[in-house]
Write a protein that binds this ligand. Structure first.
Ligand code: DNO
Length: 350
């Protein structure tokens, strides 16, 4: 595995010089943030990020995300042009040694939470989700934590209504159409696509969500068998649903897991959760079991500690401060080292 850390570019208060000091950090996961969704990422912008990483001794092999335009998800006539632009972005990224691209296919909203600063007993804060609270919101006047700046009110209403005719099946077909469209660029560059699961993995506001668990993976790989079509295994997203057995999924899909986001949750209701520190004992997800299953199954992808809490007085971007993610990286390094050494010993004793 290669340990990485998410970096939000030059405006991120977490600097590359801090990131490189975290033990075992091979590189960052980043993106070009100032190009509108649907447009090609210019080479100069990618080159700038690449050279900043180089100067700091960090690789830039993973991009999260190249966002997918809503017209592609909706299957609108403009999609072919947008898919061609996406493929061009991939080609541009390939020139700078990018090997893996994380993306998602969630309609309208990416992750959703109801509170970005839930205070724990120890004074740390983290993100949380209460389903009934979200469902009680007025769809025509939504104010979602972290999303208020992304859409104008009318634009959001129009988009939500455009999805009224999009069934789960249709959305899935549009995903397959997209993947087949970019496949030539993937084959040319060797870039591996890693779809992020829906977070949380269930429908909301009548929007279909289709990457929610093992069944979705089966369908996805059957429709586009290329090994370049893989997943971002996000323990926190998948683990919000009690239906998902993370350990068996990690074991079964290891060869398709190009990227792992590892984080912890406390499940506080059937559809409610609060994020927690990465340690297995800090929550309900078997982080130890997931890492061991990945290693035993020959996982060779990228890993990053996902959402951390805000601790030690840091007022970081929700989920993306420095301190707790660095603790998470250190913990995950330990789990991987131990699992990898055990595996080697076992093989040597054969
Ligand atoms: C949130 C992240 C997501 C993720 C995208 C990937 O913290 O996990 O925003 O980057 O869903 O496309």
């Amino acid at each position: 595995m290669k340990m990485t850390f998410r970096w939000y570019g030059e405006s991120d208060p977490v600097t590359l010089s801090h990131i490189r000091q975290i033990p075992n950090m091979s590189g960052v996961v980043t993106a070009v943030y100032d190009v509108p969704v649907g447009e090609v990422w210019p080479t100069e912008k990618i080159a700038r990020l690449y050279s900043l990483c180089q100067e700091n001794g960090l690789e830039m092999e993973v991009i999260e995300s190249v966002p997918v335009h809503e017209d592609i998800k909706l299957g609108r006539p403009t999609r072919d042009k947008l898919i061609a632009a996406y493929a061009q972005t991939l080609r541009n990224l390939g020139r700078f040694g990018v090997k893996c691209v994380c993306y998602n296919f969630m309609p309208v909203f990416d992750w959703l939470r109801t509170n970005l600063k839930t205070v724990a007993e120890d004074g740390s804060t983290s993100l949380s989700y209460h389903h009934d609270e979200l469902m009680g919101m007025d769809k025509t006047n939504l104010h979602l934590p972290g999303w208020d700046e992304s859409y104008q009110k009318d634009e959001l209403i129009a988009l939500l209504s455009a999805y009224e005719s999009i069934t789960h099946e249709k959305l899935f077909e549009n995903l397959v159409y997209f993947l087949k469209g970019i496949l030539p660029a993937l084959e040319e560059t060797g870039i591996k696509m890693a779809i992020h699961p829906d977070d949380p993995p269930w429908d909301m506001f009548d929007l279909p969500r289709i990457i929610t668990g093992a069944d979705s993976y089966e369908k996805l790989f059957a429709a586009v068998p290329s090994p370049l079509n893989g997943v971002t295994f996000c323990t926190g997203s998948l683990g919000a649903s009690r239906k998902n057995n993370l350990v068996s999924m990690a074991q079964k899909y290891a060869s398709r897991i190009h990227f792992a986001h590892i984080r912890q949750l406390k499940l506080t209701g059937s559809h409610d959760f609060t994020e927690a520190g990465h340690l297995t004992a800090s929550g309900d997800l078997d982080i130890y079991g997931v890492v061991n299953a990945l290693v035993a199954a020959g996982f060779e992808g990228y890993v990053r500690p996902d959402h951390g809490r805000n601790i030690w007085g840091e007022d970081g971007k929700p989920g993306y401060g420095l301190f707790d993610r660095a603790l998470g990286a250190a913990y995950l390094n330990g789990l991987f080292e131990s699992a990898e050494k055990h595996l080697k010993e076992k093989e040597n004793n054969k």
